[in-house]
Design a protein around this ligand. Structure first.
Ligand SMILES: *[C@@H]1O[C@H](CO)[C@@H](O)[C@H](O)[C@H]1NC(C)=O
Ligand SMILES: *[C@@H]1O[C@H](CO)[C@@H](O)[C@H](O)[C@H]1NC(C)=O
Ligand SMILES: *[C@@H]1O[C@H](CO)[C@@H](O)[C@H](O)[C@H]1NC(C)=O
Ligand SMILES: *[C@@H]1O[C@H](CO)[C@@H](O)[C@H](O)[C@H]1NC(C)=O
Ligand SMILES: *[C@@H]1O[C@H](CO)[C@@H](O)[C@H](O)[C@H]1NC(C)=O
Ligand SMILES: *[C@@H]1O[C@H](CO)[C@@H](O)[C@H](O)[C@H]1NC(C)=O
Ligand SMILES: *[C@@H]1O[C@H](CO)[C@@H](O)[C@H](O)[C@H]1NC(C)=O
Ligand SMILES: *[C@@H]1O[C@H](CO)[C@@H](O)[C@H](O)[C@H]1NC(C)=O
Ligand SMILES: *[C@@H]1O[C@H](CO)[C@@H](O)[C@H](O)[C@H]1NC(C)=O
Ligand SMILES: *[C@@H]1O[C@H](CO)[C@@H](O)[C@H](O)[C@H]1NC(C)=O
Ligand SMILES: *[C@@H]1O[C@H](CO)[C@@H](O)[C@H](O)[C@H]1NC(C)=O
Ligand SMILES: *[C@@H]1O[C@H](CO)[C@@H](O)[C@H](O)[C@H]1NC(C)=O
Length: 532
């Protein structure tokens, strides 16, 4: 009989007075109350006991028990005897009770995971609250702030279909007052600690105990992408959470189109590069040309790069960490190989022209290959040996660790030194090589002992190579070192440039093929000079 009465009571709770709660606490059957021996006013020890109890319910109780416990805890906090100010820390619960002086002038509360204070910002502050003067609280109205984290083991907070930001809930209430319809709103600001995907946005919502559902009514969310905090402005008090809901302004369709375009861009690039390889294999003349052999190595490096970039997002979304490690490793390796072959292209051009008459390098291509494929392998090995954790799941855009994740280098410094740093070196090296080569072309142009045909070929080679390098640098630099937020337009640009780059290299091959056919004899002398 008593038990049943108590049950009915719990369901009516949002509407009953504090007195009734007190009576039930004393008379009721709930374990918290019998164990803690509650009497009014509630002492600090009893409140702490109740917080402990609520934490247990949170972890082990059913949803209805949890809702009940949280609501009751808030009432117990309101009824706790307090002089001025009181802070309570029990398990994940952090609470501040404050009895205002005669004239309430508003209140600011700051809380981190372990502490809460009025007015003074804390280290690693996670939540700050501004309460307006309009609350009109007096010495009889304890203001209660209570914050806790929903257990990770229970994914869905209050059965909400949406994720609750940081699993964090903030409760606010004033003893003996039902606060609603405020003119000056209360502000609850949460620091940005976890990422919000581009297709999602935060929504400040409160838990309406009469509908047993989250609701947005009376709350405004202030947040834009890139902002470091989320502010909720609400005109009433209760339990608040920030739900992560789908952002209707970026539709799923946009995302799908983008994914398709990435796939198409990389596929075109791959396709044209493979055609270039086939041209090389099937054409005997091309196969004998040393320059072509150097080009084909760059093409192979690019194919590897595309092959490991194309499925990377899918692998990252999957759960296999072994596969992700492989992907990250090979992606880094093929990117480095692309860089090294870019540098070797520059070196080869230089050698071809500047040292053409007096240099014969033994096993030239083997030596180039050792550098082109060996140096990247060495760098990757060193990184792996230092720490395997340097490879793994990481956000594509480091400035706003939110959107797409890929399998790549996880450490910022390793990434910057081994990619951006190396790319700068390669660019510098190639600029010097180009400079020297161009100077030599100008000199040869005057002496005319080199032959007009060869001169034209070298000129073309210089401009083509410069084009290819620029394209390469921009295309892959865009994705792998993107400093700013990786917005949609950048991805579009990447897709276009990437498909263009494969096509450009393909054209380069076709042009070389035609040239090889027309001026095969004239070229043979220079080819022989560097051939192994
Ligand atoms: C509860 O309080 C009463 C008096 O206030 C005391 O006699 C009783 O022993 C207490 N029970 C427990 C379990 O502490
Ligand atoms: C509160 O608990 C502490 C130890 O847990 C005890 O020393 C103290 O007497 C208690 N105070 C009250 C008012 O029960
Ligand atoms: C909290 O609850 C647990 C389990 O009910 C109990 O073992 C522990 O002593 C309690 N701690 C406090 C501070 O009341
Ligand atoms: C929890 O409360 C809801 C809403 O009142 C009710 O529909 C549901 O049956 C309750 N669940 C349990 C397990 O008591
Ligand atoms: C509150 O203040 C009164 C008088 O200043 C004092 O008697 C009482 O012990 C205080 N209570 C607490 C919980 O500090
Ligand atoms: C109330 O006023 C007294 C003296 O003016 C001050 O010491 C105390 O901190 C004030 N308490 C609050 C809660 O503002
Ligand atoms: C919370 O703030 C206090 C005071 O600034 C600080 O000592 C404590 O380390 C902070 N807690 C966390 C988890 O950062
Ligand atoms: C909350 O923020 C709004 C502006 O966003 C401001 O007008 C209002 O005064 C703030 N409320 C408090 C209590 O400071
Ligand atoms: C506070 O409560 C006491 C007793 O309940 C009452 O006498 C007093 O007038 C109240 N003060 C205010 C400002 O409401
Ligand atoms: C909670 O929901 C009920 C029923 O829809 C509604 O009447 C009430 O105003 C809501 N509470 C708040 C604070 O909006
Ligand atoms: C809770 O509200 C959401 C919309 O905010 C609605 O889709 C859902 O059906 C509601 N759930 C219940 C149990 O009323
Ligand atoms: C929120 O972040 C903005 C900048 O992003 C800053 O200007 C503002 O002061 C922050 N607000 C709080 C309450 O920390």
């Amino acid at each position: 009989m008593e038990r049943k009465k108590s049950w009915i009571f719990w369901w009516l709770m949002p509407f009953v007075s504090y007195d009734m709660l007190y009576q039930n606490c004393v008379l009721g059957q709930d374990s918290c109350w019998t164990k803690c021996n509650i009497s009014f006013p509630i002492s600090r020890n009893q409140t702490e006991c109740c917080m402990n109890f609520t934490d247990n319910v949170l972890n082990t109780g059913s949803l209805n028990e949890t809702l009940r416990a949280i609501w009751t805890l808030q009432r117990v906090l309101e009824g706790t005897e307090v002089n001025g100010s009181m802070q309570l820390y029990v398990k994940t619960f952090v609470a501040l009770l404050r009895k205002p002086n005669d004239t309430f002038r508003g209140l600011e509360i700051y809380a981190n995971d372990t502490q809460v204070t009025p007015y003074v910002p804390l280290l690693n502050s996670k939540v700050s609250v501004q309460l307006p003067r309009e609350l009109g609280a007096g010495p009889n109205n304890t203001i209660v702030f209570c914050m806790f984290k929903w257990p990770e083991t229970k994914k869905r907070v209050f059965e909400s279909p949406h994720e609750v930001y940081d699993q964090r809930l903030v409760g606010l209430s004033v003893q003996g007052k039902k606060i609603s319809g405020l003119q000056e709103r209360i502000n609850i600001t949460m620091e940005f600690t976890k990422c919000i995907k581009e297709t999602q946005k935060p929504s400040c919502q409160f838990f309406n105990y009469s509908t047993y559902n989250f609701s947005e009514d009376g709350c405004v969310t202030h947040w834009t992408h890139g902002q470091t905090n989320i502010t909720c402005s609400c005109n009433h008090l209760t339990y608040f959470g920030i739900l992560i809901i789908p952002d209707p302004s970026i539709t799923k369709k946009d995302q799908e189109i983008l994914t398709h375009i990435t796939v198409i861009g990389c596929s075109i690039s791959l396709f044209t590069l493979v055609i270039a390889i086939l041209l090389f294999i099937t054409n005997r003349k091309l196969k004998q040309d040393v320059s072509m052999k150097v080009h084909i190595n760059l093409v192979i490096a690019l194919i590897l790069l595309n092959l490991h970039f194309l499925p990377n997002q899918a692998v990252a979304a999957g759960s296999s960490s072994g596969l992700c490690l492989y992907m990250a490793l090979l992606l880094h390796y093929s990117l480095l190989a692309t860089f090294s072959w870019m540098a070797l292209e520059g070196f080869h051009l230089y050698l071809l022209l500047v040292k053409v008459f007096n240099i014969y390098v033994k096993k030239y291509l083997l030596k180039l290959s050792m550098v082109g494929w060996g140096v990247p392998a060495m760098i990757v090995s060193v990184v792996v040996i230092i720490d395997r954790q340097f490879y793994g799941l990481t956000p594509l855009d480091t400035s706003n660790s939110c959107n797409t994740e890929i399998c790549y280098i996880t450490n910022y410094y390793v990434k910057m030194w081994t990619t951006a740093g190396l790319l700068s070196l390669v660019c510098l090296f190639n600029v010097i090589m180009f400079g020297v080569t161009v100077r030599q072309v100008l000199i040869l142009h005057h002496t005319r002992e080199f032959g007009q045909n060869n001169l034209d070929k070298v000129k073309k080679d210089i401009s083509t190579l410069a084009g290819v390098m620029t394209l390469l640098g921009i295309t892959w630099g865009l994705v792998f070192f993107s400093f700013g937020p990786l917005i949609t337009s950048v991805l579009y640009l990447f897709c276009i440039l990437n498909s263009l780059q494969g096509f450009f290299i393909f054209l380069w091959f076709v042009m070389s093929l035609r040239k090889a056919k027309t001026s095969a004899t004239k070229m043979s002398s220079e080819t022989r000079s560097t051939n192994s």
